[in-house]
Design a protein around this ligand. Sequence first.
Ligand code: BES
Ligand code: ZN
Length: 449
Amino acid sequence: MKRKNKFAALTLTASLMLSGVVMMPADFSGPATAEAAKPGNPAAFDKKVTARIDERRIYEDVRRLSVDIGPRVAGTEEERVAAGMIRERLQSYGYEIDVQEFAIPDTMVGHLSTSGGEEVTVSIPSGSASTPPDGLTAPLYDAGLGYPEDFTEAAAGKIALIQRGEIGFRDKIDHAAAAGASAVLIYDNSEQSGPPNMSIGTDAPIPVAGIKKVSGEALLEDIAATGGSVTLKVDALSGRTSQNIIAKRTPKKGTNHEIVYVSAHFDSVPLAPGANDNASGTATALEIARVLKSYPIDKEVRFVFVGAEEIGLLGSEHYVSTLSGQELSRSLTNFNMDMVGTGWENATAIYLNTVDGLPNLSTESAMAAGERIGTPSELVLYKRGSSDHVSFHEAGIPAVNFIRREPGTAALEPYYHSPEDTIDHISIGRLKEAGDLVGSAVYSVIRSN
Ligand code: BES
Ligand code: ZN
């Protein structure tokens, strides 16, 4: 297909969308394995991508990141190891590499043990106060749901054990502090595989830890009821850094080309192997970089692998802040992948999230590519932030995030941000689908012939 036709395809898609034509197949009820392929008519340039995207390579990289390395929390050694793996791979493909190191805020880490010698897994929210270096040892106080009336004078000096629910985390914490409690343990109100990751705001007056429902119930029975004590240790890790790895390729002729960005975050939340969130997007972007490493292009392409997404999009914010005015004016669009590989059977749709809910060059080229190659899944344009496309959008660069969700409800997989986000819940077929769709869309924009 010649360039003229390439853009004609985009315009056609745009007009279909504006006229409200639904571009997705009606069948989105079937399980993952039964996603019916749309009739496609791939262009020769699509086949140059789809014939080479190798889902086993993507899957192997998901395994390296989520199994061999494991949780890749911002600022940890594991995040650094993941960055190193990504850098070496991109170097081996012949890209020009930039490594950006940037400071991240102090992170809180915790440790909880009982007087009976048992260890309890905790999650410390950012904003928690620290304990003395040796920790804080005190009896537990059962403070119910943490309403003001749940606290008596007996709470003073004790560690308040509060159940999640009904009122906000910060209210519970403030009520405990007002009653003189020395720290707060909040236990979940539903069975989750890990302790809750809580948002509590900044500068909590006392140390705070989240624990699982079963742990809270066990502490109530074994410790609070028997007069035992617990030791809670909360430390701030300071002076930490995270990294972005950027691989760049420019056309052979000319200067000042337009720039297309493909991005994915490689960090994870604590305790989560992050197979889907976001080894899936990272590994898929690496495979697209491999396939596109030597095809002729007429635009500059940058693969931007960012750290510290999970603590507030810090890597991508840092990256766009380093772009010069000249680079910003050359910036055409961003394709971000985050959670593209889940095998959760209800996630039969690929959502194209934009910050404003409107189509842009990335969504249009992806919709058009999906039609041509016959992407099996329904593609849904949707208004949603929560990933690195937000940073590109805020820098004035049109951006999309690709993510698998349940059509209709827009629900995310149940393993999200939990220790269950493992390779066992990854679908190799869906990794291939993401690689084909995003790879074809990117190539349709940057190709020169
Ligand atoms: N991959 C997730 C979630 C997500 C949800 C991405 C919807 C794209 C669309 C992402 O890593 C995440 O957890 N984001 C945080 C927000 C971020 C600013 C820390 C979230 O949604 O809570
Ligand atoms: Zn994510």
